[in-house]
Every structure is written in structure tokens, then in C-alpha cells.
Design a protein around this ligand. Sequence first.
Ligand SMILES: NC(=O)c1ccc[n+]([C@@H]2O[C@H](COP(=O)([O-])OP(=O)(O)OC[C@H]3O[C@@H](n4cnc5c(N)ncnc54)[C@H](OP(=O)(O)O)[C@@H]3O)[C@@H](O)[C@H]2O)c1
Length: 243
Amino acid sequence: MTSRWALVTGAGKRLGTGIARALAHRGFDIIAHVNESLRGAEVLRAELEGLGRRVEVIRADIATAEGQDDLVRRAKALTNSLAVIVHNAGIFERKPFHEIDREAYARMQAVHTEAPFFITQGLLAELRADPSPCIVHVTDIAAERPIAAYAHYAVSKAGLVMLTRALAVELAPHIRVNGVAPGTVLFPDDFDAETRARFLARIPLRREGRAADVAAAVVFLVADAPYVTGHIIAVDGGRSCSL
Ligand SMILES: NC(=O)c1ccc[n+]([C@@H]2O[C@H](COP(=O)([O-])OP(=O)(O)OC[C@H]3O[C@@H](n4cnc5c(N)ncnc54)[C@H](OP(=O)(O)O)[C@@H]3O)[C@@H](O)[C@H]2O)c1
């Protein structure tokens, strides 16, 4: 069988690891991008190589143009054909509006919109070389329904939602571009019991999401949804349905 590569950004932990694992189980070889989670990527590499998949790890800080370009350069050196890019890397940073300085704002834009924009642009020839390429953006339900103290985060994820639609239109008919919008998936470690209970009370399915829940939606968009493009699937246990 010909090798089909999937690039997953932020693959060294949590959702990114789950997405890379699920794609590997569907037969894709994995380019696992990381910044600091090199150890996580090596554990993932060992696991996926055990399944017979090829795994390459690329380390790059994609908050900078140099890091984005470096990732593109190194992915090109690995393959001239790319089936999937999952733009998963993200920064979930709480900051009241009055404390968000230009540096924090720019970092959000860089990781959530510029990196997906320029990494996809840089790898367009490789995507076009695959028979049915697919891009998935990991957005957030907060791109449509913001939460207080995350304005820079919500604005940048809203940009990523529009990038999904813009590229779905422009890169059709060959390349499909979709998104998944997680709700509450894997509570941050610093959430205490009371905070967790407060979040769970607002989720109709009454549990936090798992990385595998998000990964299943990504795999659906990549492998089982050939007539779907420009769409964002909420993976939020129903949270975005209620007031
Ligand atoms: N968890 C949720 O409940 C939830 C909800 C809605 C949306 N999301 C979205 O889902 C995605 C993954 O969420 P998560 O909870 O798994 O996030 P996470 O645990 O905070 O992990 C973020 C990932 O992004 C990478 N990253 C951050 N800044 C980077 C940079 N400058 N350069 C390169 N990589 C960078 C990190 O890489 P390293 O660790 O290698 O540095 C890490 O793998 C994010 O886009 C997030 O916004 C998550």
C-alpha cells in the first residue's frame, strides 16, 4: 500500500496525541509536530511504530514565522505527498481584556491563524499531490460563543473558523477543509472539584470530552465524509446548544 502521510501539529500531548493515534489506526503515517513535548512525541512514536506505521517528529515553535517556515521545510524534506494536515496546536490562556498586551495578542494570532494559514500554503504542492487531501482545523465552540477573560483566544479561533470556510471555497474541488470545535475536553489539571462540577452542569451529556471523542470527529472528516467541506463539527457534549 502507498504511504499516506498526516501532519498533526501539537501532537506531543492530549488532543493532538489522540488525533495522531486515531489517524494512525486508520492507516496514515504520521508527521508529529511538537514544540516542548518531545518526550510525549517519542512515546507516541514508539506506540505507533508498534502498529507498523511510520512516524517522523518535527520540533518547531510555530508562534514565529521562522518556526512555521522551518516546519514546512522539514515536512517537504520528508515527503512530496501529504494527505492530511490537522492544525491542532493551540494556547489556552486566561487573561482579562485589560491585561492583553500586543505580544500576547500576536502570539494567539500566530499560533491559531497565521500558522495554519502559512503552513498550509507552504505545503500546498504536497497536498495537491495526494488523490483526496483533507485539512482539519481544531477550533473551539468559544469562537462563536466567547467566554470572559479569553478575548484574544476567541478572536483568533474565530479567524480560524473563517480560514476554514475561505480555504474550503478556494481549494475546492480537490482539497477539503473542515474543522472540529471542542467544548470541554480533558479538564486542565488546575481545575478544582467545584470548577469541574460547574462546567459539567452546563454539558447535556454530563461528562467532559475525551481526546478520542475529538479524534473520532477528525477521522470522520478525513476518511468518511467525502462530500463535506467548509463545515465545523462541535464536539462538546451538547454544550453549545443550551443558553
Ligand atoms: N481541551 C479543550 O477542552 C479544548 C477546548 C476547545 C478547543 N481546544 C483546542 O484543541 C487544541 C488542543 O487542545 P489541548 O487541550 O490538547 O491543548 P494543550 O494541552 O494546551 O496543548 C496545546 C498544544 O499546542 C502546542 N503548541 C502551543 N504553542 C505552540 C507553539 N508556539 N509552537 C508549537 N506548538 C505549540 C503544544 O505543543 P508542545 O506541548 O509540544 O509545546 C501542545 O501540543 C487547541 O487548539 C485548543 O485550542 C481544546
